[in-house]
Design a protein around this ligand. Structure first.
Ligand SMILES: Cc1ncc(C[n+]2csc(CCOP(=O)(O)OP(=O)(O)O)c2C)c(N)n1
Length: 565
């Protein structure tokens, strides 16, 4: 005989789960009792929000399903914003929550919350297990749903009596039932693929717009081969960074609000846009009528609901990006697009309008990111918080590979980065994991210094400290006449706080110390915190103002002349 909690742990082990990020409480005590001697690692975070972000970071860095655990009521509610983050970015996370005993459901019992109701709109699916016989099957189902098709978070709510009830494991329902209505499509429709190839061959000015779906599908290799075969320039969303190496000659960098000038020009002028695993987010498109106004659009996506949602598409192809690109590579005729006027034009834009960096001897955040990229040779895992720090990292780090860049895209969740870095470090223990944070976002989950210290997790924390909620201040400067309403933050002794947790660190105030301090942090075993006192009113440029077309950028390189003669 086994308890429900024992069955849960066995089921997780069977599915290959090695690590859970969690926080205990009354409703989940039976699970914690099992964890006492289970050979699944459990990391005790300091706040449930951090548990779900850590599971999310683990999933993004590894490509596997991340798992978090919380108690009922307050614990479960603390997971909500993290679940929403994973949902917006299609990350496979299974969240386990405790619940009051089944007989008390709906009674407002102590620490009850209707977490399946609360999370319904922000999960891919959720379950309330009312019968211990269903437990094993539910866990299997949850992992299947989280990790297939368009990936996403799944929550399993576990009433305490289900966890304590004893059952003979042979009496469990164990087969995953036929999930009616859940049949992700993987192979693209051959006729649609043929039509797409015809359009590619006819087009004179094609551009690929690749999103996080390419990385989720493990399709980066196919993307690069496809782009090379037809010689099509590639721009990526923030979520797609790393899908093609930063230094690849066909890479135009990121597009959209803080994208490169050349990517935004290429999108504006192209005659064919091939969107792959991307969802035409408003941060990317700007004013939708000005987005690729002259282009035919091919949209490849695993989720049919994405196609036509924001923009009308000429050729929809539903399926797995990797399989579809492989099909196109096999069936396409290469070479017809090589060395065109168009690629020459795109290269010219790229040469004439690089991202700006200021070389005046002051401590600028862009230089910190570039130096880090140089020291790590474009390797390692870079996790960001949200705000200017995120955009500087996205713009200036030279990512070589997929799953190297971990950042909250869809929800833009401050406080995500630090715990996500913890998860990423467990997913890839042999990599350098570096957190890039603003002083505001770092303080949103600063308590996780306790977790990092307890387990000696070797995450390097790089704070780009402008003593402002920088990105909001930037908008106030540009669009609200510099009325800095509630965006300045007082000085904080971050190094002192780290020291209180037993973590070494250093405050850096001069550009001359960037390289040496970064090297020291990387070379130190265990965690390390760097507090860079950057220029306070530095802005992220270029920038497409909200509501403008994406070629209408401010803060462009030197001249407003696009130079497309
Ligand atoms: C949870 C949450 N609250 C508020 C915001 C709105 N917001 C976006 S960026 C930003 C400022 C970030 O400041 P900081 O972390 O210091 O980074 P910086 O922009 O200075 O690099 C804020 C408040 C958010 N994205 N997430």
């Amino acid at each position: 005989m086994k308890t429900g909690a024992g069955i849960l742990i066995d089921s997780l082990k069977e599915l290959g789960v090695e690590i859970i990020f969690g926080y205990p409480g009354g409703a989940v005590l039976p699970i914690y009792d099992e964890l006492y001697e289970a050979d699944i690692k459990h990391i005790l975070v300091r706040h449930e929000q951090a548990a779900v972000h850590a599971a999310d970071g683990y999933a993004r860095a590894s490509g596997r399903v991340g798992v978090c655990l919380s108690t009922s009521g307050p614990g479960a509610c603390n997971l909500v914003s993290g679940i929403a983050t994973a949902n917006m970015d299609s990350v496979p996370v299974v969240a386990l929550t405790g619940q009051v005993p089944t007989e008390m459901l709906g009674n407002d019992a102590f620490q009850e919350s209707d977490i399946t109701g609360i999370t319904m709109p922000v999960t891919k699916h959720n379950f309330l297990v009312k019968d211990v016989k269903e437990l094993k099957r539910t866990v299997k189902e949850a992992f299947l749903i989280a990790g297939t098709g368009r990936k996403g978070p799944v929550l399993i709510d576990l009433p305490k009596d289900v966890l304590t009830e004893k059952i003979n494991p042979e009496d469990l329902y164990s087969d995953v039932p036929d999930l009616k209505g859940y049949k992700p499509t993987y192979k693209g429709h051959p006729n649609q693929i043929k039509k797409a190839l015809d359009l590619i061959n006819e087009s004179k000015k094609p551009v690929i717009y690749a999103g996080g779906g390419v990385i989720a599908a493990g399709a980066s290799g196919e993307l690069v081969r496809f782009a090379e075969m037809f010689e099509i320039p590639v721009t990526t969303t923030m979520m797609g960074l790393g899908a093609i190496p930063a230094k690849h000659p066909l890479n135009l960098g990121m597009l959209g609000m803080h994208g490169t000038e050349y990517a935004n020009y290429a999108i504006t002028e192209c005659d064919l846009l091939i969107a792959i695993g991307a969802r035409f987010d408003d941060r990317v498109t700007g004013k939708i009528e000005h987005f690729a106004p002259d282009a035919n659009i091919i949209h490849i996506d695993i989720d049919p609901a994405e196609i036509g949602k924001n923009i009308a598409v000429n050729i929809p192809i539903v399926g797995d990006a990797g399989q579809i690109l492989a099909d196109m590579i096999e069936r396409g005729k290469p070479g017809e697009q090589k060395g065109t006027e168009w690629t020459k034009q795109v290269h010219k834009w790229r040469e004439n309008h690089p991202l700006k960096i200021i070389d005046d001897g002051k401590l600028h955040p862009q230089s910190v990111i570039r130096k880090l990229s140089e020291i790590l040779n474009g390797e390692g895992i870079i996790v960001s918080e949200v705000g200017q720090n995120q955009m500087w990292a996205a713009q200036h780090y030279s990512f070589k590979n997929p799953r190297q860049w971990i950042s909250s895209g869809g929800l833009g969740m401050m406080g995500f980065g630090f715990p996500a870095a913890i998860g990423a470090q467990y997913a890839r223990p042999n990599e350098h994991v570096v957190l890039i944070a603003g002083d505001g976002s770092f303080q949103m989950n600063i308590q996780e210094l306790g977790t990092v210290a307890q387990y000696r997790i070797p995450v390097k924390m790089v704070i780009l400290n402008n003593m402002y909620l920088g990105m909001v201040r930037q908008w106030q400067e540009l669009f609200y006449e510099k009325r800095y309403s509630y965006t300045d933050l007082p000085e904080v002794d971050f190094v002192g706080i780290a020291r209180a947790y037993g973590i070494p660190g250093r405050k850096v105030e001069s550009a001359d110390d960037i390289e040496e301090s970064l090297r020291k942090a990387i070379e130190t075993d265990g965690p390390y915190l760097l507090d860079f006192r950057i220029e306070r009113e530095e802005n992220v440029f270029p920038m497409v103002p909200a509501g403008a077309g994406i070629s209408e950028m401010i803060g462009k390189h030197e001249t407003d002349d696009k130079g497309d003669d």
